[in-house]
Design a binder for this molecule. Structure first.
Ligand code: C2E
Ligand code: MG
Ligand code: MG
Ligand code: MG
Length: 282
């Protein structure tokens, strides 16, 4: 739709669409100063062993609090940051903060966990991607093997990013394929992109207990993963029924509001240093 492509002629004649575009323009310019005005924060959502609830990793999720509008959802501001290129410095900041928190949790005696950081397709296109990211990880002092970059199936996931990905992979970083199964791309990139984990999109996890189709899709993803020796993480686990159905299919890692919503860095530390560093479904 035209609204997805920014200001188009059609929108000039459509009150609703043009006010939406102005809204986007306002947000877009505010976003450019948001990093230096320290309006960003990270939340961390546990990725758990579905059997025991033990936390194995945290996914860093970016939060933007606009001074007038309050919290703006990532699904709104990430695409704007991608359009302007602001996602590149923002993405560096996210990795830096995520590594800093991971190091801090370790210093406070937390058990060893990994941190997952989302990487925009726009970042993947940067020529100096590998060096920029590696510098950040090395300066933080965390083990590169404890950092996992989440990438989405996207047309930018082309063979020309293989070199950067291979450099990062050989330095020890891991890759997860996010929202797996939601785009129309082929599975071809599984042959050349160095993937370690597949994250099954929550649109399939949502129906895993109730829908034969969704269950069949999750079963197929697990089969692909097994033959390629990839780990599988179920996204958006919200109910006990879903957890039981996933375990029944052999999916042992999950993330979702049943286990824990995204946490502030201090709440994540509390979880890690608590009596059990596991989450319980309530
Ligand atoms: P994602 O990477 O697939 O992240 C998972 C999203 O699912 C998060 O939304 C999380 O809060 C949400 N979620 C987790 N558990 C549940 C659940 O049980 N039910 C439901 N309904 N949702 C659940 P969030 O934080 O709003 O982020 C949305 C998307 O924005 C992310 O999807 C990711 O694509 C993007 N994003 C977030 N942070 C960053 C970032 O630092 N960099 C980049 N490039 N993208 C980011
Ligand atoms: Mg993600
Ligand atoms: Mg995801
Ligand atoms: Mg998703």
């Amino acid at each position: 739709a035209a609204k997805d492509r920014g200001l188009g002629l059609i929108e000039v004649f459509d009150d609703d669409a043009s006010s939406r575009s102005l809204d986007r323009l306002g947000l877009r310019s505010d976003l450019l100063g948001a990093l230096e005005r320290e309006q960003f924060a990270l939340n961390f959502q546990p990725i758990c062993d579905l059997r025991s609830g033990q936390v194995v990793a945290f996914e860093a999720l970016l939060r933007w609090t606009h001074p007038q509008r309050g919290p703006v959802p990532p699904d709104v501001f990430i695409p704007l940051a991608e359009e302007t290129g602001a996602i590149v410095p923002i993405g560096h900041w996210v990795l830096e903060q995520a590594c800093r928190e991971l190091a801090r949790w370790g210093l406070h005696g937390g058990p060893r966990v990994r941190v997952n950081v989302n990487l925009s397709p726009v970042q993947l296109q940067q020529p100096n991607l590998a060096r920029g990211l590696l510098d950040i990880v090395r300066q933080s002092g965390v083990d590169p093997g404890d950092v996992c970059l989440e990438v989405t199936e996207h047309s930018y996931l082309r063979e020309d990013v293989t070199e950067s990905a291979a450099v990062l992979r050989s330095a020890g970083l891991h890759f997860a394929l996010d929202d797996f199964g939601t785009s129309y791309s082929s599975l071809n990139y599984l042959k050349w992109f160095p993937i370690d984990h597949l994250k099954v999109d929550r649109s399939f996890v949502g129906g895993v207990a109730a829908s034969d189709t969704d269950r069949g899709i999750v079963r197929a993803v697990l089969a692909i993963a097994e033959s390629l020796r990839l780990g599988v993480i179920a996204e958006g686990v919200e109910t006990e029924e879903q957890r039981a159905a996933l375990l029944d299919l052999g999916c042992v890692w999950g993330q979702g509001n049943l286990l824990s919503t995204p946490l502030t860095p201090d709440a994540a530390l509390d979880l890690l240093t608590g009596a059990r560093h596991s989450v319980t479904a309530t």
